[in-house]
Write a protein that binds this ligand. Sequence first.
Ligand SMILES: Cc1cc2nc3c(=O)[nH]c(=O)nc-3n(C[C@H](O)[C@H](O)[C@H](O)COP(=O)(O)OP(=O)(O)OC[C@H]3O[C@@H](n4cnc5c(N)ncnc54)[C@H](O)[C@@H]3O)c2cc1C
Ligand SMILES: *[C@@H]1O[C@H](CO)[C@@H](O)[C@H](O)[C@H]1NC(C)=O
Ligand SMILES: *[C@@H]1O[C@H](CO)[C@@H](O)[C@H](O)[C@H]1NC(C)=O
Ligand SMILES: *[C@@H]1O[C@H](CO)[C@@H](O)[C@H](O)[C@H]1NC(C)=O
Ligand SMILES: *[C@@H]1O[C@H](CO)[C@@H](O)[C@H](O)[C@H]1NC(C)=O
Length: 502
Amino acid sequence: MSIIKSFNVIFVVIFLFMFREINCNGSPRVIIVGAGAAGIAAATRLVENNITNVKILEARNRIGGRIYSIKFGDAIVDLGAQWCYGENNIVYELAKDYNILENGESMVTLYHSSHEEIDLALVNELYEIFYSIYTEEVEGDEVSLGEYITRRYNETVLAQYGSNKEKLKFAFEFLRYFKKAILTFEGSFSIYDVAARSDFKKCEEKCGMHFKGNGYKRILDIVMKKYPNPEEQLPVEEKIFLNKEVVKIIWDKSEEFDEIPAVQCSDGTIYKADHIIFTPSVGVLKYNYGTLFEPSLPEEKIDAIKDIGIASIFKVYLHFPIRWWPKRNFTDFSFLWVEKDRQLLLQEFLNGPKGHGMSWLLDLTAVHDTPENPNVLEAWFCGEFVPKIEKCSDKTIIDGVMFVLNKFVGFYFDNITRPDSIIRHNWYSDPHFRGSFSFQTVESRKKRISQEIMLSEPILSSSGKQTLLFAGEATHKFLFSTVNGAIETGFREADRIINFYK
Ligand SMILES: Cc1cc2nc3c(=O)[nH]c(=O)nc-3n(C[C@H](O)[C@H](O)[C@H](O)COP(=O)(O)OP(=O)(O)OC[C@H]3O[C@@H](n4cnc5c(N)ncnc54)[C@H](O)[C@@H]3O)c2cc1C
Ligand SMILES: *[C@@H]1O[C@H](CO)[C@@H](O)[C@H](O)[C@H]1NC(C)=O
Ligand SMILES: *[C@@H]1O[C@H](CO)[C@@H](O)[C@H](O)[C@H]1NC(C)=O
Ligand SMILES: *[C@@H]1O[C@H](CO)[C@@H](O)[C@H](O)[C@H]1NC(C)=O
Ligand SMILES: *[C@@H]1O[C@H](CO)[C@@H](O)[C@H](O)[C@H]1NC(C)=O
């Protein structure tokens, strides 16, 4: 008995000694919070560099985070990220050799609420005007995108069509449509929430590359080297622990905790580490920074969390028993409301949220088809009603989409059917996301230094070690809001740790 006991003691001593050694000799323990694009990229980079003592703690029962690919209809649809924005980014770099991406920029087809014939030449002119303003270099940080665009667009169309009342009327209806349409990219509830001047590096061409019905998730398999050859996969998935919601991150000594750094999960488990990489969204940070971090975060970090914007877009996929729309790729229905019909809408369709004299259906920006999924249409909602739309039942959402389709498109198609199923994810109310992707607010621009960089700065414990690091979409200086941005930040923080031990 006593022999066994002392043997145990010796064993424990040796074991501890080994651990120490490992820690000192360049295999630190790293905990990554979140198994989204940033977390998986960070883990992969660490493992490739022989830092293998890594654990990824993921709150949900699946990996991917805001990459959420799921079978629906005949193919996989993306409830989260869907497009690879152009060829000049890491997602394209990773994917380009495998013939899994295809450019499919949809041609916008505008439908008019009063079924007036639309002057396509005029639409093209206005589109050019709007687009050139939208991509202009803006001077000054104090102005919102909404103010900037409205002022510049007004100036331009007044100068161009000044004497033509009809054209001007259409130009202003059109502006309203555009202001809604760009929310798809901006991700905010209003373009007045977004700064006109931005560090974001916009995609210039082939901005609509998609994964051809195989899902964006494939990019994570490529990062982990699980695709194309599963036998070559790096040991990353085995380091992911699902259903592990982190509720406390102890990054420096305090009265309550002296074993640092460490994280605690909602199930009570505690994991110790040398470094913690935090990847959840800035929405999660906004909600939880007060309770999550021990000690609390430095003031500048909290300011960055408050200033960086995040809101949400809402998309639903609708499956139809019969494909009533024509068999051609990229069918798109976009909706141009005239003032009179905007007003009437509140009486014509009563279900669902409304406010400020407006109906939630004005937030339905476009409906378009999905590649490789012949019976599925995708409907996008953008704007301030999104939080309330997320609370609507599937039936209300279907009723609303059908109402708008019938109103605008039913004039040309007499064979529109009702969908038999629907799939969606409520990103804004989901406690592990609290939004879809980040943007720069006017407030954040007023700081004169990038709040994304501020958010990305690692935090040192009192012993001078970088114990708490930040990755994730919103920490990228100029590619925030994107998957490619998120992946780069994961690599960046892994490299920070790798370099620390070099
Ligand atoms: C509807 C929608 C459409 C989009 N479209 C595009 C697009 O077309 N192209 C594009 O490039 N980008 C798009 N994006 C943005 C893109 O999805 C994100 O920028 C990117 O996926 C973010 O990756 P991330 O690793 O930074 O964060 P996340 O993916 O959010 O990963 C963070 C992980 O942390 C987990 N987590 C949260 N809290 C905790 C906790 N307390 N403990 C443990 N784990 C936790 C989350 O569950 C999540 O898995 C879209 C996003 C949405 C929502
Ligand atoms: C990782 O370790 C292996 C085996 O010890 C070695 O061959 C390889 O060069 C190391 N890689 C790096 C990036 O240090
Ligand atoms: C732009 O023109 C419209 C229509 O004339 C007007 O309602 C609006 O106030 C103008 N906005 C600005 C910023 O000039
Ligand atoms: C429905 O009507 C449209 C417009 O007339 C037509 O192009 C399409 O082929 C029809 N679809 C079916 C399934 O009949
Ligand atoms: C639609 O695109 C797919 C590839 O995504 C292609 O195989 C198919 O032929 C296209 N169909 C039409 C009608 O253009």
